[in-house]
Structures are given as C-alpha cells and as structure tokens.
Ligand binder design. Structure first.
Ligand SMILES: C[S@@+](CC[C@H](N)C(=O)[O-])C[C@H]1O[C@@H](n2cnc3c(N)ncnc32)[C@H](O)[C@@H]1O
Length: 238
C-alpha cells in the first residue's frame, strides 16, 4: 500500500487515479521465448519492478516464472494461478518432482489430475446443504446421461448459453429433457427423448455414488494444487 495515499477513501481513490493516469497498457501473448523477454524488458520504465498476475491460467504462470528468472530487473513475483488443466506442458517443472515421477513410474501430466487441482475447495463442499447436494447429484447424473446419448449418436454437444443448465432444469429428469434444446444445439425427436429416458432408468443406481465420488474429488483438490505449487517453488529454488 502506498503510505502517501490519503486515509480518506474518496481522496485516496482520486490520488490513485492521478497516479495511474500515465499507466501504459500493452497486449502481449506471453511465452518463455527471448522475443517475449525483450518485449517485457522494454516495458520496464523504473527499476526495480515487480511482476504481478491475477488468475494467470494454464501455461501463463510457468511462462511468467521463466521470464522472471531471465529478466534481472524483475525483483518480485506475485502470481495467483488457475486452470492448471489448460497447461500444454510445464508440469512437472522441477528436477526433483520429475525424478520422483520417474522413480515411481507415475504419470503426473494428466488433464484429469490437473482438472482436479483446479476445482473448488473442500470448504465449499462442506458448506453445501443436503438439498444442494441432491441438486448437484442430479446435475451430474443427468449430464452423464446426455453424454452417453451424445456418444452413442456421435453428436458434438455445443452449448447455446454460457451456463447450459439452470437450477430449475434439474428439478427432475423431465424438466432436464425439456431444457435440452434451449441449452444445446440439439434437435430431439420423441424417440430420442425415449432413448434418453431409457438410459436414465438404467443409471438410477449412480445417484448414491455421485456425492461420495465428488467428496473424494474435493479432498484431492487441495493436495494436487499444493503439489503443482510446490513443484513451481522447487523449480524457482533449483
Ligand atoms: C482467467 S483469466 C483472468 C483475467 C483477470 N486477470 C481476472 O482475474 O479476472 C486469464 C487471462 O489470461 C489471458 N492469458 C492466458 N494465457 C495468456 C498468455 N500466454 N499470454 C497473455 N495472456 C494470456 C487470457 O486471455 C485471460 O484474459
């Protein structure tokens, strides 16, 4: 925090606006290349400088870490990462974790594993009411049934809206069926809906498993995210 800023919030905001008036914005596709190092170096107006990134997703965080190591004028690095599953490579980064993975024969670079690292924390799951758990279980089972149907038909599911399924759509499988054409680029005949209903009836036993499986996923989230972060810290130390 700037100690020179006023304690009055309005004055402080005005001073902040004045201070940022000369801020320069550039659009840059960041990778770990020399070209990007040069472009970043050209942005450094005053020394020393800090590199800050909020929700630097996928490979952006590891690429910024590599740039931090190359550009000597960047003294501090503050990154909040996200979407680990969008990484194309860069995990593991450290020699230590690479060696441990080789020794155990465990494949760490997996989209499923990294997706689990990026999901919501267990605290969110613990706050859910019994009704919210039931709604979540219905959502997962209904979506799985649609996935089975689309795989059987060779259909690619394209959403029509950002959040395909609204809360009311999962009150029952009938309401879910009625919502599908508004949610996805799909045209369903009566017989298609009958097939979806048949799949649903054959999968009813899954309901009892879903929240247990989800609970396990939530427990793994923290462990896997910490593994990704510890690997990055170890890489910086190496
Ligand atoms: C999850 S969003 C975060 C946006 C914002 N910082 C926030 O917290 O709301 C990640 C942003 O990083 C950008 N991005 C991802 N990879 C990038 C890269 N290699 N170079 C530059 N921008 C990138 C995306 O386009 C997106 O705008």
């Amino acid at each position: 925090m700037n100690p020179n800023l006023s304690e009055n919030p309005r004055e402080s905001l005005n001073e902040f606006k004045l201070n940022t008036r000369n801020m320069k914005h550039i659009h840059l596709m960041v990778d770990s290349s020399e070209t990007v190092s040069k472009e970043l170096e050209e942005c450094i107006a005053e020394i020393p400088v800090s590199l800050v990134g909020l929700h630097a997703c996928g490979d952006l965080t590891p690429d910024l870490i590599k740039q931090f190591l190359k550009i000597k004028h960047i003294r501090n690095l503050v990154l909040v990462s996200c979407c680990y599953h969008k990484m194309k490579s860069n995990f593991p980064l450290s020699q230590k974790l690479k060696a441990a993975a080789d020794e155990t024969g465990f494949t760490l670079f997996s989209g499923h594993l990294l997706r689990l690292a990026a999901q919501e924390p267990v605290s969110r799951w613990l706050r859910m009411s019994p009704g919210e758990h039931e709604m979540h279980a219905r959502n997962v089972v209904f979506r799985s049934i649609l996935e089975i149907f689309s795989k059987q038909r060779g259909l690619e599911l394209k959403k029509k809206r950002r959040k395909a399924t609204k809360d009311d759509d999962v009150n029952s499988f009938y309401s879910y069926l009625s919502s599908l054409e508004a949610a996805y680029e799909l045209s369903l005949e009566v017989e298609d809906k009958e097939i979806l209903m048949e799949i649903y009836n054959s999968k009813l036993h899954l309901f009892n498993l879903v929240e247990n499986l989800t609970g396990l996923q939530f427990i793994l989230q923290n462990i896997l995210e910490n593994l990704v972060i510890a690997d990055r810290v170890q890489f910086l130390q190496e």
